[in-house]
Design a binder for this molecule. Sequence first.
Ligand code: FE2
Length: 295
Amino acid sequence: MNTRQTMTTRTLARVIESVPTSDGAGVKLRRSLGRAQGMRLDPFLMLDEFSSDDPNDYIAGFPSHPHRGFETVTYMLDGHLRHEDHMGNRGELKAGGVQWMSAGRGIIHSEMPQQERGRMRGFQLWINLPAREKMKKPAYRDIQPDEIPVVALASGARAKVIAGTLVADGRSTPGPIQGLTTDPLYFGVELPAGATFSHPVKADHNAFVYPYEGAVTVGPRDAARAVVTHNAGVLSPGDGIEITAGPQGARFIVLAGHPLREPVAQYGPFVMNTRDEIEEAIRDYQSGKLAQPAA
Ligand code: FE2
């Protein structure tokens, strides 16, 4: 019996436009996911893109601040940030590198530019943790550029494999981040004009694409719809994606992940399931308990 099924290519379900905002001590950025309630895409809570050649837009950085209950993923395209946390950990985020931080029960850290001029560009994505992992021990990984595979595909695409496994041209290429409950795929893709990036995506995962240079169309060629630069295109259900670059070519990130389907209670950098847990997080931060190891 032939059990092979035709792949259903995802189409564009909605667009979450980015809006200019600032965070930290005045870093200018564009926020798409997470810019308002209901603009999340479970398990993805927020996506910020920072991009500027003007030091005034980034130099103040993100001084000491807390997080609890989720993960932050910082992907640097250009520039140099230094991360320092309350446990004495220090990490350098440089162009092409990624920091994957699981805040768990609590981390207090700073993310500060280590340059006074030049371009600072990258993304910070927040990914939720399931209820049973929100109070786990904090951990992070600083992943250097040479630890992240970049695969040249027959289509002309170059795909950087940050999380999950790229399956293309008959090869599987695992990225450095594997085995999380949200099972994320996180690829950074460059496409020449008119080329298409195709990839399988688990049918029950939520997915979006965010072009940061050029524009793309998503969906099968006969039903493709455009997503312009600096907007998040949320994809419909299906088990595959097809993303085609416009006439300028395109660079984009594409994400997919297993939805947690749990209530989200958020207050700034605390993301829990209930209001009571948020109040506890605020008390723990004020009393200094957030940054202490679990008893
Ligand atoms: Fe942070």
